[in-house]
Design a protein around this ligand. Structure first.
Ligand SMILES: C[N+](C)(C)CCCC[C@H](N)C(=O)O
Ligand SMILES: O=C(O)CCC(=O)C(=O)O
Ligand SMILES: [Fe+2]
Length: 427
């Protein structure tokens, strides 16, 4: 099958005919290894690993090959003989020593090799996570962070980020109901990603942009900016209090900066407008367990998403291409879902028979995403900022009446993960 072939090729690791005739073997206390014809086999703490010789030379951490101050490689990889083999080798309790034909000695710590081997990577998750249905999420009783502590205490930020990484959603409460405070909490987490919607956005049902988000209509679950080559990593949103100004507002006028200085707050009474969240990875996981072929189609077929806006004040044309499910090929872990049926563009990248199977797979995923038990509904209120991992959790909303105004921003994913790592989290 067209897909399986690619798939198998990507997953294959051992070259055919690799076991050569004159293998050298040796044994340390908790470790044994063999230098086979064109790779080394190492057994350490129950893990059997295979290392290519060029790889072993290339990853040498000696002072001349690697700068530990900058964590950068000094070695010119292109100068390594592609058929290089070590001329001598030995292990002790914790290290493997390889001597190369030119006399250079490489010393590896065995635990470093275990951690950095393909086999080690394959059996561990890049991003530990808890897949959820609404029951699982509610029973976990994940606490919200509180504005004051969140802003002043790194431990609080770390706990918050851990929740965001584990569940794909996290809340901060007691935030002043202003655009500025929403910006301040967002910047604690990451860098704000400016897009054609602006840096911070403040939107309502004013038809100011060519998108259904700017109406009172319901929006089915979706991820945002699927039409970017790299969809925004996360979004932070808060429901703003309607302001005195809002009640006298005319279409589009809030976008003028001076109106954001209005803090005269009145509570708005309208109906509907609840926010929906669904764990896209949970749905993808169910598809994988039930019908691996469907999962494979969703992770292989390139799909275009498109944003076309032709208003006199706003002209935009964005195109993003990528599969619905992005998976790491070495462990099949999903790291990004693009699902936006509104913004999905023409499918013309695969032949008709694949299209037919793709629709079946897409239907399966949609069924999982629409299961009532997977829907988490929340009513956003002033003071409560929700952060949503836009690579994982889909959002939507109920239709509403009356005035409803949200403010928020997109965040860059790299910088969100950077903050998490700098606090000691695995990300
Ligand atoms: C959040 N904000 C109102 C600024 C933008 C909404 C973007 C809507 C678009 N259809 C998408 O899903 O990407
Ligand atoms: O109005 C909402 O709650 C969300 C609308 C939406 O999907 C968006 O802004 O991306
Ligand atoms: Fe959206």
């Amino acid at each position: 099958m067209w897909f399986t072939r690619t798939f198998n090729r990507l997953r294959g690791c051992v070259r055919p005919g690799a076991r050569g005739s004159h293998a050298e073997s040796a044994r340390g206390s908790s470790c044994s290894y063999q230098l086979l014809h064109d790779f080394m086999e190492l057994k350490y703490e129950g893990l059997v690993m295979h290392f290519d010789y060029v790889w072993l030379r290339d990853h040498c951490r000696s002072a001349s090959c690697f700068n530990t101050k900058t964590n950068q490689r000094n070695l010119d990889t292109a100068s390594i003989e592609l058929n290089i083999r070590p001329s001598k080798s030995k292990v002790d309790e914790q290290h493997l020593y390889l001597t190369w034909p030119d006399g250079h000695v490489t010393r590896y710590s065995l635990s470093w090799l275990a951690q950095n081997s393909y086999e080690g990577q394959k059996r561990s998750a890049v991003q530990p996570r808890i897949l959820w249905s609404s029951n699982i999420y509610s029973s976990a009783q994940v606490p919200s962070a509180r504005w004051e502590k969140f802003m002043s205490c790194d431990e609080e930020l770390k706990i918050f980020l851990n929740h965001l990484l584990l569940y794909g959603i996290a809340f901060v409460e007691d935030v002043p109901a202003t655009l500025e405070a929403t910006e301040t909490v967002s910047q604690r987490v990451s860098l704000i990603r400016e897009t054609m919607y602006g840096r911070m956005w403040n939107f309502t049902s004013d038809f100011s942009r060519g998108d259904t988000a700017y109406t009172k209509l319901a929006l089915d679950r979706h991820t945002d900016t699927s039409y970017f080559q790299e969809p925004c990593g996360a979004r932070a949103v808060e429901n703003r209090l309607a302001t005195h100004f809002d009640l006298t507002w005319s279409p589009g006028s809030w976008s003028s900066p001076k109106f954001q200085l209005v803090f005269h707050c009145l509570r708005h009474e309208g109906t509907g407008g609840r926010t929906l969240m669904v764990d896209g990875f949970h749905a993808a996981d169910r598809v994988l367990r039930q019908t691996p072929e469907n999962f494979e189609l969703l992770s292989r077929v390139p799909i275009k998403h498109e944003y076309i806006e032709k208003l006199s004040e706003h002209q935009n044309h964005m195109i993003g291409v990528g599969p619905v499910l992005n998976v790491y090929p070495w462990n099949n872990e999903v790291y990004m879902i693009r699902y936006n049926n509104y913004d999905r563009s023409v499918i013309n990248t695969v032949p008709h028979d694949v299209v037919q199977r793709w629709y079946t797979a897409h239907r399966h995923l949609t069924t999982e995403l629409r299961r009532a038990e997977n829907e988490l509904w929340v009513k956003l209120k002033p003071g409560k900022v929700v952060f949503i991992d836009n690579w994982r959790v889909l959002h939507g909303r109920e239709s509403f009446t009356g005035l409803r105004q949200l403010c928020g921003c997109y965040l860059t994913r790299d910088d969100m993960l950077n903050t998490a790592r700098s606090l000691g989290l695995q990300a």
